[in-house]
Design a protein around this ligand. Sequence first.
Ligand code: ZN
Ligand code: ZN
Length: 158
Amino acid sequence: MLEEIEPHPKFKHAMLFIVCLITFLPASAAANGGYNVHVTDNYVKATAKCSCGQSGYYYHTASFENYCPQCHSHGSLKFNPKGTAEGEWTCTHCDADYCAAEGKEKISGSNYYLKHYTAPKIVHAKTVETKVQTPEPEDPKVKIIQTLSLYKDRSFLG
Ligand SMILES: [Zn+2]
Ligand SMILES: [Zn+2]
């Protein structure tokens, strides 16, 4: 009986897959603890792991209003300036840290939450149908009488 010397093609495939995983996984799990980070004056959005313990330790994508409920400042949120492994939102004014998944302030005993942001729906302006009232067709007889009376008045005054 001949033994197979070459590894099975499927096995080769699996090996390649594992090699790829080892090579690319650390690169995708970036050092800043999250990705898909989007910051505007109105809202912040990121895909990051829950770091407050309320959700599973996996990636969540969440959007919040760019508003700090602790110090009431707008536009002060910054993504992970402290470089946590999970990623978090930090207020640059009061240094409060919020879980990037639920927006919960991470300090124990705090019940502050970032406000969940929902993109405003594009409202299509209702097309207002204005009925244009078509004037009643004038009775030619009435018109003649009106014109005549006008003429009469004028001639009378004149
Ligand atoms: Zn959390
Ligand atoms: Zn703040």
